[in-house]
Design a protein around this ligand. Structure first.
Ligand code: GLN
Length: 390
């Protein structure tokens, strides 16, 4: 057999998604890959049934169905406080995953550098490698996950083309403050760098914190590429509906990479999801309330069990410190947790560039009953006694 591309030698299959496979295999409660075990709003399911009979089963406009883009523009315009033209500023993609890849290929040439904060959502390093780029990692320093301004500035001095920012941030749950984003924005402007934003958790932000859209900061619209999706906001991770919002010149380039990667996002699902995009403010308030309740149940439970963790400011993830179990290999620990305790988690090291093995990532996008069951299982963690190489 001829040799495979060297590109694929430099990253592994997704650790997040492989933990799901292992958890499913052992029948564990899967708190690894972040997705809900509850239904999307009924309105969306009803729409989906209606759409099935409407002859919407063929290709849509490659960059998104017109009505979907119109509804999305109206919604995002309100939240981002920016004028968004559905014809010029939007590409609809297959999830934010495709959005990020299409963007990376549209703005970066092979050999160029991209700044990535560490810990980071694992797709970003794969996206960088697949685009032929070189990552420059800048630490978000535990336990508060702040960045050192001097270190970030040094990274910008290495002639990067773009910086990737997940805000609210997976896996930490950090919500970047307006001041932090404004500092990054000044560097982007000074060094002429794109800000590629992954904002899929934009509507899961807890009290006391506020999501700031980088694109809305002064002079940032022409260098910010806002990627997001409907997956988390409407609990439809399997529908694979994402999008890119940016300046028309950037959008023109992203339309090309997107077209040749996937042609388009599924037509009937775009049409059914329009009902979600048209929901009013009450829906987003209720979403916050729902996730606040889940966070409280889960984190209070973890505290009662003696765990320490970073309290998320947004998202539905928490990085739990497992150093009390003398974990040397967190992947091994997570496999043990699945087999012996019955709970799936993601080894924290898969998010860090640095050799940090003391965290596991758990998520709480689950029914309250599922969370209580998971907590019940986690109770046994101390009596079961973790031993290496289980
Ligand atoms: N963003 C979610 C996570 O980090 C799911 C990612 C995915 O598998 N597409 O778990």
């Amino acid at each position: 057999m001829p040799k495979l591309s060297s590109r694929v030698e430099h990253f592994t299959e997704s650790v997040i998604r492989s933990m799901t496979k292992i958890a499913d295999h052992y029948g564990a409660i899967n708190l690894s890959q972040g997705f809900p075990d509850f239904d999307p709003p009924k309105l969306l399911l009803d729409e989906l049934k209606t759409v099935c009979d409407k002859e919407l089963h063929q290709y849509e406009i490659t960059y998104g169905a017109e009505k979907f883009r119109e509804a999305l523009a109206a919604k995002q315009q309100k939240f981002m406080d920016l004028p968004i033209n559905p014809e010029e500023n939007i590409v609809v993609t297959c999830g934010s995953t495709e959005a990020m890849m299409a963007v990376m290929m549209a703005v970066c040439d092979p050999g160029e550098k991209v700044i990535i904060f560490s810990p980071f959502y694992e797709n970003y390093s794969a996206d960088t490698i697949l685009s032929g780029c070189e990552p420059i990692f800048v630490p978000l320093i535990p336990p508060t996950f702040h960045f050192d301004k001097g270190v970030l500035r040094q990274a910008f001095k290495q002639n990067p083309k773009a910086i990737v920012i997940c805000n609210p941030s997976n896996p930490t749950g950090k919500v970047f403050t307006k001041e932090e984003l404004a500092y990054i924005a000044t560097l982007c402007i000074e060094f002429d760098v794109f800000a590629i934003m992954d904002e899929v958790y934009e509507h899961i932000v807890f009290k006391g914190h506020k999501h700031t859209y980088m694109a809305s900061l002064p002079d940032m619209f022409e260098r910010t590429i806002s990627c997001s999706s409907l997956s988390k906001t409407y609990s439809i991770t399997g529908w694979r509906l994402g999008y890119v919002i940016a300046h028309p010149t950037i959008i023109e380039a992203v339309r090309k990479t997107h077209d040749f990667l996937t042609v388009g996002a599924p037509s009937p699902l775009q049409h059914a999801a329009i009902a979600g995009l048209k929901l009013g403010q009450q829906y987003y308030d209720e979403l916050t309330d729902t996730y606040t309740r889940k966070k409280e149940i889960f984190l209070n439970g973890l505290t009662d069990l003696g765990f320490t963790f970073y309290e998320p400011q947004g998202t539905y993830f928490t990085l739990v410190d497992v150093s009390q179990f003398n974990v040397v290999n967190d992947f091994d620990f997570c496999k043990w947790l699945i087999k012996e305790v019955g709970v799936g988690a993601v080894p924290g090291s898969s998010f860090f560039r640095e050799p940090i093995h003391q965290y596991i990532r758990l998520h709480f996008a689950k029914k309250e009953g599922t969370l209580l069951e998971a907590l019940g299982r986690l109770k046994s963690i101390k009596t079961k006694k973790y031993m290496k190489n289980n």
